[in-house]
Design a protein around this ligand. Structure first.
Ligand SMILES: *Cc1c(COP(=O)(O)O)cnc(C)c1O
Length: 379
């Protein structure tokens, strides 16, 4: 191994890290054990408001049992790509189930939500085409759009009229894809799906929605013919999916590179998703519980009524957001500070997410601790 190359890479990375750190933008990985909404970190027990496990299904006994049984029956790895090694029969079962729940013609499961967007968008649009997306759409939609080689334009957040302007005047033979999230990951607000659906119809664009934070929690009528989502949030496990017309779903197996050239999900992951969907069907009120917690918290904190289990507490400055997060941690509450580039410059925040697994006392403790921090900071 070349010593000088090691040294120069080390120096390069150190300089990058110092730059991030100077702007309070360095991120670190912290060992944390989860058990429901309890988190153990550095020997301390905390209540977590960090997870996207909105229904608490990552810890559900029936889901755990299904995964454990699948590991015992089928092993822990898929052995290869679905296309080369052949796919586990649970894939077909899960895809049929997802399509049914979403009331869509067909579904394709991917390794994650990120991989679903990364693989699907370039199948739908390419060089010469146009992608018009909400400016706050998730990083993986941006990544898929850039990878596609299409021209990418952003519209003002949730502004269908601005989206219309971006779509207008394009040549008739140019395909256009209109992208948004159903529930925005960092703001918790909802996209105007009906308006965007109408716009897509009028302008001949294809609407594709990212339902990562909606599925199982905030389920609305959705006119989009292309609906992706994840199995890693409310479903509690791991994986992603895309729903759409049957021929497109078929095409993804040939053309979506993030499906073709990657190893299939392990059987326990597929079994866990199916068991979680069972719980979602039999206990449909879990999502309402998470939203009720969010509303209770927002009310005590004097924030706008949330539409989802995600409540942003906007702080502004990145360093201050980190301080707020630390102050809450000192009270035994784990709430992440979200900084640029995940959110816009000057809009650093606490992102509080609620789960059906929280208790009302947890929610009240958080509201009180936040109020104390605000008093101490003099605002
Ligand atoms: C989390 C998230 C994804 C990625 O899903 P994973 O399964 O975690 O890869 C995609 N889109 C949005 C909006 C998300 O919040």
């Amino acid at each position: 191994m070349s010593q000088s190359a090691l040294t120069s890479i080390e120096a390069f990375a150190r300089a990058k890290l110092a730059e991030l750190s100077a702007h309070s933008l360095q991120r670190t990985l912290v060992a944390t054990r989860r058990s429901g909404v309890r988190a153990e970190r550095a020997g301390r027990n905390l209540i977590s408001f960090c997870d996207n496990d909105y229904l608490g299904l990552s810890q559900h006994p029936a889901v755990r049992r299904a995964a454990a049984q699948a590991a015992l029956n089928h092993g822990v790895g898929a052995g290869g790509s679905r296309l080369v090694a052949g796919e586990h029969p649970l894939y077909r079962v899960l895809e049929t189930r997802l399509a049914g729940r979403k009331r869509m013609p067909a579904a394709r499961v991917f390794g994650s939500g990120y991989l679903a967007n990364l693989g699907t968008i370039p199948v739908l649009a390419g060089s010469g085409d146009l992608i018009v997306m909400d400016e706050r759409a998730h990083a993986c939609m941006h990544a898929g759009a850039r990878l596609s080689g299409a021209e990418v334009r952003r519209f003002r957040h949730n502004d269908a009229r601005d989206a219309a302007r971006q779509l207008s005047g394009r040549a008739a033979d140019r395909r256009a894809l209109l992208l948004t999230e159903t529930v925005f990951s960092m703001d918790g607000d909802l996209a105007p799906l009906r308006e965007l659906g109408e716009l897509a119809d009028e302008s001949g664009a294809w609407l594709m929605t990212d339902d990562a934070h909606g599925f199982g929690v905030v389920e609305r009528d959705n006119p989009a013919p292309l609906q992706m989502g994840t199995l890693s949030k409310a479903v509690g496990g791991y994986g992603g999916y895309v729903c759409g017309p049957a021929a497109l779903i078929e095409l993804l197996a040939s053309r979506a590179r993030s499906l073709v050239y990657t190893t299939a999900l392990p059987p326990p992951v597929l079994a866990a998703a199916l068991a979680a969907l069972d719980v979602m069907d039999t206990e449909p009120s879990r999502g309402q519980r998470a939203i009720a917690h969010a509303r209770r918290f927002a009310m005590s904190a004097g924030l706008m009524e949330p539409q989802s289990p995600i409540v942003p507490v906007i702080i502004g400055d990145a360093e201050r957001a980190l301080r707020a997060s630390e102050a809450l941690r000192a009270h035994g509450l784990l709430v992440p500070a979200i900084r640029p580039p995940t959110v816009a410059e000057g809009s650093a925040r606490l992102r509080v997410s609620f789960s059906a697994a929280h208790r009302t006392v947890d929610v009240e403790r958080l509201a009180q601790a936040l109020a104390r921090w605000r008093r101490e900071e003099g605002r």
